[in-house]
Design a protein around this ligand. Structure first.
Ligand SMILES: C[S@@+](CC[C@H](N)C(=O)[O-])C[C@H]1O[C@@H](n2cnc3c(N)ncnc32)[C@H](O)[C@@H]1O
Length: 260
């Protein structure tokens, strides 16, 4: 078959439920072609045949699709803005639980960063952090919560002391950090969302999506926010014309849901 990539897309959907048609094609095709060549497959049909018979290769392929790179307090300056400017106004006068969602949480550094940050401003019972990802493997790692030193480069010495336990050169988040985070599997491009969030983080994932998929997602994320709630996006992911989703920019990479 001359170009069997689109056929491969639909086979991957059947095998994994991931719809590659909603991911930017050039990028994804390049990444998957390099894997296909690595395993000596002459076509996507041949590569698919290999995937069918090897859970290990399928796992490698999923890793390539999902890209899980992350760290604690990624783009630290934005987290400083979150702590100093956004959070105080979000939590002031809040009577019920402060509800937060880390919507593509990868191996857990992002929701645990939230847990560390919120524990400094609220008592444990006053907030709830939902952390979701499409990739079960990263969720399992996230639940373990053990990290190499390089993941903590933005974590201060005082925070290391207060929120981590050092184990043979690795850093485990302590129970206090863990207990406020609920990990769940969720596909941002297919599943229903919980609602009534005060803060949603959707960072470093939409870069892989097509414009149409992004558009639908932003509408759904805005819907999941409380009035006055804030969407925090990644540092290359500014939203074009946020007003169409009922959002207004309040700081770079932060959008507030405006009342109807
Ligand atoms: C680069 S990581 C971002 C992690 C973190 N948000 C950050 O900014 O450091 C991207 C994550 O998005 C997840 N992902 C990719 N497609 C997804 C989808 N359709 N629904 C939910 N998560 C998805 C991947 O599994 C991966 O863990």
């Amino acid at each position: 078959m001359q170009d069997d990539y689109h056929w491969f897309q639909s086979e991957i959907f059947k095998m994994t439920g991931i719809n590659l048609a909603l991911y930017k094609e050039d990028q994804m095709r390049r990444r998957l072609s390099s894997l296909k060549s690595k395993h000596g497959a002459a076509s996507f049909v041949e590569y698919h045949e290999q995937l069918k018979h090897s859970p290990k290769l399928l796992e490698e392929c999923l890793d390539k699709i999902t890209i899980n790179v992350t760290e604690f307090f990624r783009n630290k300056q934005r987290w400083d803005v979150l702590e100093q400017t956004i959070l105080p106004s979000l939590i002031s006068g809040k009577k019920d639980k402060f509800k937060v969602w880390s919507s593509a949480c990868s191996t857990g550094e992002e929701p645990y960063s939230l847990s560390i940050l919120l524990s400094k401003h609220l008592s444990d019972v006053d907030y709830d952090i939902l952390a979701t990802d499409i990739d079960q493997k990263v969720l399992d790692l996230a639940k373990r919560g053990v990290y190499p030193d390089r993941a903590l480069k933005e974590v201060s010495d005082a925070e290391r002391k207060a929120f981590f336990i050092e184990r043979a050169g690795s850093w485990a988040v302590n129970d206090r950090v863990k207990q406020s985070v609920r990990f769940r599997s969720l596909n941002l491009l297919a599943d229903r969302f919980e609602r009534n969030f005060d803060l949603i983080l959707c960072r470093n994932v939409v870069i892989y999506f097509t414009d149409a998929a992004k558009h639908e997602l932003y509408g759904k994320l805005a819907n999941a926010l409380n009035e006055g709630g804030v969407l925090f996006v990644g540092s290359t992911e500014q939203i074009f014309n946020p007003k169409q989703y009922g959002l207004e920019p309040i700081e770079t990479f932060f959008y507030k849901k405006i009342p109807y």
